[in-house]
Design a binder for this molecule. Structure first.
Ligand SMILES: *Cc1c(COP(=O)(O)O)cnc(C)c1O
Length: 363
């Protein structure tokens, strides 16, 4: 194994997809969202694990489309921004693009692009406002070589709350826009739900776009409680090895800024990972890792390439012992959620920010 690496449990990924499938009708297509290096899990590793399990994949941009085409010939939705000069290449790679403005219609038409029409139904992000839809449909009608596959929208406030008023308003607005679109394109498909959507509302989807749940994480703690029965299994382990173990005398400082001073003689281990690898500097003095199945607290500041941990509870720990920064070891597990709480963010960001330079390995 490499000194430090990301291990991906392919069985867990497949289990998660099957488990989420139980929430949607059997006719609904499952698209695994693998943007941002598959939420940090490693694009190729995840696609190889799920290629036989899902109906397609979703990426963000042309770079990700080029990369995913090395490993799959399944459908790929490219739902972020693709620059005008990249549209022909994206279409020739079989990317299904997102359509939300009229400016790029000529380039899309010339490329014979397949598109998903994005409606901004009270999200306030990418998409055509319902108010501007008639104009868009008229513009689109002038370009019959563009193949419209679906119309879709995205929920704005469904995981962080148990109050579904806004989500239902969004759905009603989207339903209404969809009727107008379907008048022009009979038989058109539609989709609105990501992981939190399938856990929350029946929304008449023809496909669902599953990101966080695929990786075995829940969109929020409320949805985790509500859907514990799905038994989603986190698929990622971030492992390294102790580079050095030593005993510091009492009153010895640890790391930059002298933010930790040994109160007594203490055994520490040096972990050869840092914020350059995506281990957040906010974990200085508060993070925990697993060594010999025991929790060991981060001591002092996390530096770019290394940090120290307290080995007081990890009896007999030695250099080269496995260190788990995220994931299970023995009976215990460091979750993305606990790290997220410590640094004031969400589980999505914790795994997504793991450096793409670390090797990913299917385990
Ligand atoms: C990222 C994204 C998803 C996936 O969301 P999860 O909460 O991770 O399931 C789905 N649809 C769109 C448009 C997205 O940007």
């Amino acid at each position: 194994m490499s000194l430090s690496e990301i291990q991906i449990d392919s069985d867990a990924l497949r289990y998660n997809v099957r488990s989420l499938r139980s929430l949607v009708g059997s006719g609904v297509k499952l698209i695994a969202v693998v943007k941002a290096n598959a939420y940090g899990h490693g694009l190729a590793t995840v696609v190889e694990a799920l290629n036989g399990e899902v109906d397609g994949f979703q990426v963000d941009d042309i770079e990700e489309l080029r990369e995913i085409r090395q490993v799959t010939d399944r459908r790929v939705l490219v739902l972020g921004y693709v620059a005008r000069e990249d549209i022909a290449e994206a279409a020739s790679l079989g990317g299904e693009l997102t359509l939300y403005d009229a400016e790029r219609l000529p380039a899309m038409a010339e490329a014979g692009a397949k598109v998903h029409l994005k409606i901004d139904a009270l999200l306030g992000r990418q998409g055509v406002l319902p108010r501007d839809l008639p104009e868009m449909l008229d513009a689109l009608a002038a370009y019959p070589s563009i193949e419209v596959l679906t119309a879709y929208a995205h929920f704005a406030n469904i995981e962080d709350t148990t109050d579904l008023v806004h989500a239902i308003d969004q759905m009603e607005l989207f339903d209404c826009a969809f009727v107008a679109i379907r008048n022009r394109y009979p038989g058109l498909g539609r989709h609105i739900s990501a992981t939190s959507g399938v856990m929350t509302l029946e929304a008449g989807n023809d496909l669902v776009r599953l990101g966080i749940g695929t990786y075995g994480m829940y969109p929020s703690s409320a949805l985790e409680r509500q859907h514990a029965g799905l038994g989603l299994r986190p698929a990622l382990r971030w492992v390294s090895r102790l580079a050095q173990v030593k005993t510091l005398p009492a009153r010895h400082p640890v790391g930059y800024g002298l933010t930790y001073i040994a109160p007594r003689e203490i055994t520490i281990g040096i972990v050869p990972q840092g914020y350059g690898d995506g281990y957040d500097r906010g974990l200085s003095n508060v993070g925990e890792v697993l060594v010999r199945g025991r929790r060991c607290r981060v001591l002092g500041r996390v530096a770019m390439n290394m940090f120290a941990v307290d080995l007081s509870d990890a009896d007999g720990a030695r250099a080269e012992d496995e260190v788990v920064l995220l994931g299970a070891q023995g009976e215990d597990r460091i979750s993305a959620e606990e790290i997220a709480i410590r640094i004031g963010t969400i589980n999505y960001e914790v795994t997504t920010r793991i450096s793409p330079l670390l090797p990913r390995r299917a385990a």
